[in-house]
Write a protein that binds this ligand. Structure first.
Ligand code: BG6
Length: 511
């Protein structure tokens, strides 16, 4: 599957801060190479890697080539050498405004040498503590000046640590940058199947009439990862599942599932609708938090013969840490469409498999004509599989052939891979290309980010301060603490476990 663009982005230079970090090597450079292969990069284009380490253009190119061999999904590596010629490097100490002068010189030299002009994107792929510092230092050195071409800044997540810090970060940014120059990236919005939520909802007349409190019983969104925190213990200690996955990725999915139809596909038309959803999230009352939220932490376990470390034994993690590696929430959206419909959201590390999906559980028929025993599940479900095996599954009851009226649930299952035999583009490909063309539809606007922090702030505070809200342990490789089941049980339901039948080689399998 290819990204389609009517014309190439304007000539520009992309400056990546944090260039020696993992994200650059694993995601950004492979995404840019994929754009090169598809002939979607600007006619004249250069990448400048910037970070504290001093190295030559050549050293950086070699490191990026190595990353491409390891992490690029492109089979065609024939353009690697040409692509490498577009890569440059400049050592910059992000804290010191003076060192940006070297970057300014490198930029203007390249602009002249390659005839690129003054358009630039600054990508902040650095520790979050630098998200306010770098844009300020760029501005001190007039590198945000748009008189000779546009300037954009991409800010990686997390945008803030809580409500207050997000407000402060934003007010720092807007001192020197306009809102339409700031691109807050949330890579879930770049995933094909997340975007497909819009298409599924708003091109198919059959779903929209059912998409409301009259027909929907509850909505469930899961993002499970089979890996632990790996080498990111230090970062994760200060984050946890709520900040790392729910505040951004999963609530953005909630926004698309729950929004009203936008008036057009213009960025602000869509973002206006998702922000209304976030603003309608029913605030958590302090006394309800222990019932509506569950947190857990993975414990050491043996998974398929291999011993897996518990979270507290991971490098960079406090042996008494209370940071959650699993979080589950129940909440409501107080508006006309969703009043009274519970939303259940969960995310965790070291769960049985890697799967992200949103499930719309429809209400059962008002009266069972057939024996309940025969109906294995009361509700029709629409499962939007975000990853892996991207696609959409509709579950409904059918008569089992033979005597009587036994009902069995069957699947109508569409796999995205059936649409095309080409790979599905990585989220970063789409998002980088969108920023290059100035399309911010799939980037989070400040009011959305602030609203989601505002919604979760009481939970963050209660989890931090209230020692009676336990951090439940769960053995690595299970679906999180058992207590998460109680959250949904009171609504008379269970979580969907997409791969109870996980095969020995860990391949995802649909029930
Ligand atoms: C990142 C989180 O934003 O998303 C990681 O910081 C997480 O902890 C990752 O592993 C998951 O992304 P994906 O695309 O693999 O679902």
């Amino acid at each position: 599957m290819k990204l389609i663009l009517m014309s190439k982005p304007e000539n520009q230079i992309l400056i990546i801060f944090g260039a020696s970090g993992d994200l650059t090597k694993r995601k950004l450079i492979p995404a840019l190479y994929a754009l090169e292969i598809q002939n979607l990069l600007p006619e004249k284009f250069a990448i400048i890697g910037a970070s504290r380490t001093e190295m030559s253009d050549e050293d950086f190119r070699v490191a990026m080539k190595d990353g491409l061999q390891k992490y690029s999904n492109e089979k065609d590596k024939s353009k690697v050498d040409d692509f490498q010629k577009k890569i440059f490097y400049q050592g910059v100490n992000a804290d010191e405004p003076e060192t940006y002068k070297k970057l300014a010189t490198k930029l203007s030299d390249l602009q002249k040498l390659l005839g690129i002009g003054g358009n630039s994107i600054y990508y902040l792929s650095t520790p979050p503590s630098l998200y306010g510092v770098i844009p300020k230092n760029l501005a001190i050195n007039t590198l945000n000046d748009q008189s000779n071409g546009w300037k954009r800044v991409i800010v990686e997540k997390p945008f803030g640590y809580d409500l207050q810090s997000a407000i402060e970060l934003n007010s720092d940014l807007v001192k020197d940058w306009l809102e339409d120059q700031i691109y807050r990236i949330d890579h879930y919005l770049g995933k094909e199947t997340v975007q497909n939520v819009l298409v599924t909802r708003f091109t198919n007349g059959i779903f929209e009439p059912l998409w409301n409190r009259n027909y929907v019983d509850h909505v469930e969104i899961t993002s499970a990862e089979s890996i632990g925190v790996e080498n990111r213990g230090g970062y994760y200690e200060g984050s946890g599942a709520l900040r790392d996955m729910i505040q951004n990725h999963l609530l953005q999915v909630v926004g698309l599932i729950a929004m009203e139809p936008p008036s057009s596909m213009q960025p602000d038309a869509i973002r206006n609708e998702t922000v209304k959803v976030f603003q309608s999230l029913r605030p958590f009352k302090e006394e309800e938090i222990s019932k509506s939220t569950i947190r857990g932490q993975y414990l050491s376990a043996t998974i398929r013969g291999a011993v897996v470390k518990g979270y507290r034994e991971e490098v960079g993690v406090d042996p008494n840490s209370k940071t959650e590696t699993f979080a589950a929430l129940k909440f409501f959206i107080d508006n006309w469409r969703w009043g009274g419909v519970p939303f259940y959201v969960r995310s965790g590390k070291h769960l049985p498999t890697r799967v992200s999906e949103a499930v719309i559980h429809f209400k059962p028929t008002p009266h069972y004509l057939f024996s309940r025993k025969a109906a294995p599940e009361p509700c029709n479900q629409l499962v939007i599989r975000i990853q892996p095996d991207e696609g959409i599954l509709l579950k409904f009851g059918m008569k089992t052939p033979g005597a009587g009226f036994d009902v069995q649930n069957v699947n109508m299952d569409f796999h995205y891979s059936d649409l095309s035999n080409q790979r599905i583009p990585e989220a970063y490909e789409r998002l980088l290309l969108d920023c290059m063309t100035g399309d911010s539809t799939l980037y989070a606007r400040n009011d959305a980010v602030i609203s989601t922090w505002k919604f979760l702030d009481p939970v963050l505070k209660a989890w931090k301060n209230d020692s009676v809200i336990p951090v439940y342990g769960y053995p690595a490789g299970t679906w999180g603490p058992e207590q998460a089941d109680d959250l949904v049980k009171e609504h008379g339901t269970t979580w969907r476990y997409p791969c109870k039948n996980l095969s020995d080689d860990g391949i995802y399998c649909e029930l």
